[in-house]
Write a protein that binds this ligand. Structure first.
Ligand code: ADP
Ligand code: MG
Ligand code: ZN
Length: 643
């Protein structure tokens, strides 16, 4: 906010000043050439010839003439600028002399001046102003154009960017109490706060205060928030910059920004320098691909130099945040740099409840809302997700014209946050509807017969978000070990969709392509990364993170032979086929359930987890009224079969 304000001010002044100057100088130009009494030359000369002038003064260099006429009052002054002084003198001096000779006691008083400095100024002023405007505009344009080139003038500009992002400690109003749920992380950081507050205590005992702390964790878990809270608790200035700010098109800018940042930090110590997304600059060096790498390398080197440069007790503590600690250059993690690492995890159930409480502040909750329940339903959510969830719930409540947020609002908001907005307007053909219903029912039913699978939370054939079809939504378990069996079980529920199409409709659609892709990835990882296959044994063939980053994996040479490669492929295929046929036998065995769920979906479009349980157990949506609805269902089933 603050940054925008000051920058806007500057440019606003600029945009107002230039037109003002332009208008001003145009005005001056016209004022100068303007003849104040709208007379022409012959009229003025005639005034002299008719002896109407009683008094005049002529500036010999500028030709400015002031004169008084017969009958003019004390204060009246007429002005005229003569085009040529010598012609004018030729034209009038005879008359003036004749008159003065004839009327010795009533002479015309006259005075000839030599050019006054005032009028010289006046004539030059507009030219001056124009020149200045053009120079200023030129400089301004040049600065703008080169705003990312790391030259000396520009450094001040780039620096301005850092400066404007800097907040003083008073401005970081975040406190530890604003960060809910991360108790262990807070305890570790509390030590930092003490370093900043009572540095001497530590230096007296010869302790080395850590220079850098690396916060590691998935996006949205509150890393930035924690860093701000440390500054807020210690009352220390908070200088923050994002790693991507360092990375520019032009070589050298990043490095000079690092230098500026630390220069400023040293002046403000004790203070906190916060580098967000440090992986943007701190990646492994020497993985050259493309020119941008040189820049990154220079920036990183400068960062290392600066971190070594300030003494460990200078009171500057660098906090950096990343969600990719694996790609960081090892030199950054050496003692004396980021020697402490704090992992910020996704919150557990209690943590989620606490975070929800923080973000429920100022939002009136209905009596039926139990944040404990919400915390139970939001496994895997980060702090940012939960904040978003509460906000969405409030928006929904407003749209529904409610005074307070009800539990239903929060539940609906949860699915919106997780799966995207419902596309109710989506129109299905009967055939596509049936296909989607069987596909999703296949996922759900297959997962139901797999032991230890996450329970179904909702099945729907109304598309949401990006996907075109429906979805089956599972409630994740709190603890996920990712065991081999878990993965094989996941495969079965993933294949459920495709298999159901094949079993029930004797045809297969493209709707399963995403399922199959995810399944293939899992199986490949099982074989290549986790050493979980029978044939290849506990050998890791590929530990990479599957992503080409900065050329590290570019032109990556497999460290296994062609034969092994072929074995990997056949092993992947074998596991996939096994899972597929297992799914096939499950769905064939429980075909009645598949049909029941699918037909219910076609009618209802959406089934909740509870309803699904009841369908599977009792063959009906509700526990009560078993008979009535089964009859109804079978009746309708026969109807559809006949139709
Ligand atoms: P990160 O930097 O880890 O990506 P942020 O610190 O930017 O995440 O968090 C984003 C937002 O999520 C915060 O502004 C805050 O509103 C919310 N948030 C995240 N974690 C917490 C938490 N532990 N307690 C309260 N709010 C949180
Ligand atoms: Mg962040
Ligand atoms: Zn599917």
């Amino acid at each position: 906010m603050r940054k925008n304000m000051s920058q806007n001010w500057k440019s606003a002044i600029f945009y107002i000043l230039i037109p003002l100057l332009l208008i001003g100088s145009i005005f001056l130009f016209s004022a100068q050439s303007k003849n104040t009494t709208a007379k022409n030359y012959s009229e003025v000369v005639n005034l002299f010839r008719n002896n109407q002038v009683t008094q005049y003064e002529l500036d010999l260099s500028s030709g400015n003439l002031t004169y008084k006429l017969v009958g003019d009052g004390e204060n009246t002054v007429n002005r005229y600028t003569v085009p040529s002084v010598s012609y004018f003198l030729d034209d009038i001096s005879d008359y003036v002399n004749d008159y003065n000779d004839a009327n010795p006691d009533n002479q015309i008083v006259y005075n000839y001046k030599k050019g006054s400095s005032n009028s010289w100024w006046m004539s030059m002023l507009p030219t001056f102003i124009f020149t200045i405007i053009i120079i200023v505009m030129f400089v301004w344009l040049m600065r703008r154009m080169s705003s990312s080139i790391g030259n000396e003038t520009n450094r001040t500009l780039g620096f301005g960017r850092i400066k404007s992002k800097t907040q003083s400690g008073e401005d970081s109003d975040k406190k530890f109490e604003d960060v809910a749920g991360c108790d262990e992380e807070k305890a570790e950081l509390a030590e930092l706060v003490d370093f900043l507050k009572n540095g001497e205590k530590y230096t007296q005992l010869g302790a080395r205060i850590p220079k850098g702390v690396l916060l590691v964790g998935p996006p949205g878990t509150g890393k930035t928030l924690l860093a701000k809270a440390v500054a807020g608790e210690a009352g220390a200035p908070f200088l923050s910059i994002s790693g991507s700010d360092f990375v520019e098109m032009y070589v050298g800018v990043g490095a000079s920004r690092v230098r500026d940042l630390f220069e400023q930090a040293k002046k403000k110590s004790p203070c906190i320098v916060f580098i967000d997304e440090i992986d943007a600059v701190g990646r492994h060096r020497g993985t050259g691909m493309g020119g941008g790498n040189d820049e990154r390398e220079q920036t990183l080197n400068q960062l290392l130099v600066e971190m070594d440069g300030f003494g460990s007790n200078s009171g500057v503590i660098v906090i950096a945040a990343t969600n990719r600690p694996d790609v960081l250059d090892p030199a950054l993690l050496r003692p004396g740099r980021f020697d402490r690492q704090i992992t910020v995890n996704r919150p557990d159930k209690q943590g989620r409840e606490d975070i929800l409480k923080v973000h429920a502040k100022g939002k009136p909750l209905g009596p039926d809302v139990d944040l404990k329940e919400v915390a139970k339903d939001t496994i895997g959510f980060t702090g940012a997700d939960l904040e978003n969830l509460m906000n969405e719930a409030a928006l929904l409540a407003v749209r529904r014209n409610k005074k307070a947020i009800s539990y239903q609002d929060i539940v609906d908001a949860t699915s919106r946050v997780e799966l995207g907005t419902e596309k109710k307007s989506h129109k299905y053909s009967e055939k596509a509807k049936k296909l989607t219903a069987y596909h999703e029912a296949g996922h759900a039913v297959a997962s139901y017969y797999v032991e230890g699978h996450d329970p179904v939370r909702e099945i729907s054939i109304v598309p949401r978000g990006l996907g075109a079809g429906g979805y089956t939504w599972y409630t994740p378990q709190e603890e996920n070990y990712n065991s081999r069996n878990d993965m094989l079980n996941d495969l079965i529920s993933m294949f459920g969709g495709r298999v159901a199409e094949a079993v029930a409709l004797d045809d297969i659609s493209t709707g399963a392509s995403n399922d199959l892709q995810r399944a293939t990835e899992i199986v490949r990882d099982m074989v290549v990364k986790y050493g979980m296959s029978d044939d290849l044994g506990p050998v890791v063939y590929d530990s990479g993170n599957g992503e080409v980053f900065l050329g590290k994996d570019y032109g990556h040479v497999n460290n296994y032979s062609e034969q092994t490669s072929a074995r990997i492929d056949s092993e992947v295929e074998k596991i996939m086929r096994e899972a597929y046929s297992k799914t096939m036998s499950i769905l064939k065995e429980h075909y009645d359930k598949l049909e029941l769920v699918a037909e219910t979906l076609i009618k209802k479009e959406k089934i909740s987890g509870e309803e699904f349980e009841n369908l599977m157990k009792n063959g009906t949506l509700e526990v009560e009224a078993v008979e009535a609805s089964t009859e109804e269902l079978t009746q309708e089933q026969t109807e559809t079969e006949n139709g």
